[in-house]
Ligand binder design. Structure first.
Ligand SMILES: [Cu+2]
Length: 178
């Protein structure tokens, strides 16, 4: 029997954009979530099955680095991104970098622009960051996005403007259904 939809609001506050993006515990053998190598920003995303319980009923879900929504990825315009997606599930996955201007084969839509990321394998995305603003990323496979596999991307502009120094608030709104 279908329960009524609930509105699930997640508010994550980032001060000056780059102030905080730790807090996603990784196991000892995992790579750090983020590494800066000059202008290159390397992220390691570990995709796993998980179980959530928002309505007293357990449901299967998909997490990245143990987190739903997935961790926010921060960049600056002019950076180059290297994002290593480690699929630890026993099913294939994908990530579409929604709204980012990038080479077509890096777009992440499986069977269309990018090969699917097979179970227990790693896919490395590499693309330049040529824009600024707030975007999001999500699975493009089955119902994984609806099951939790989505997160935000925040890109600081190359040219600092006065309003870049005010606090930024990132709001992700998601409707969940049993
Ligand atoms: Cu999309």
């Amino acid at each position: 029997m279908r329960l009524s939809a609930i509105l699930y609001i997640l508010l994550s506050i980032s001060i000056n954009g780059f102030a905080q993006h730790s807090g996603h515990a990784a196991s000892a053998k995992r790579q750090p979530f983020m590494e800066r190598q000059g202008k290159k920003i390397v992220y390691h995303l570990y995709v796993t099955d998980t179980v959530v319980n928002y309505t007293t009923k357990k449901a299967k879900a998909v997490a990245i680095n143990g987190s739903i929504p997935a961790p926010t990825l921060y960049f600056s315009e002019g950076d180059s991104a290297e994002i290593q997606v480690h699929n630890l599930m026993h099913m294939e996955t994908s990530i579409h970098w929604h709204g980012l201007i990038l080479p077509n084969e890096q777009d992440g839509v499986p069977y269309l622009t990018t090969a699917p990321i097979h179970q227990q394998s790693t896919h490395v995305f590499r693309f330049p960051i040529v824009q600024s603003g707030t975007y999001w990323y999500h699975s493009h496979t089955m119902l994984q996005e609806q099951s939790g596999m989505y997160g935000a991307i925040v890109i600081q502009p190359k040219q600092k403007l006065p309003y870049n120094d005010i606090h930024n608030y990132l709001l992700i709104i998601k409707q969940l259904e049993d």
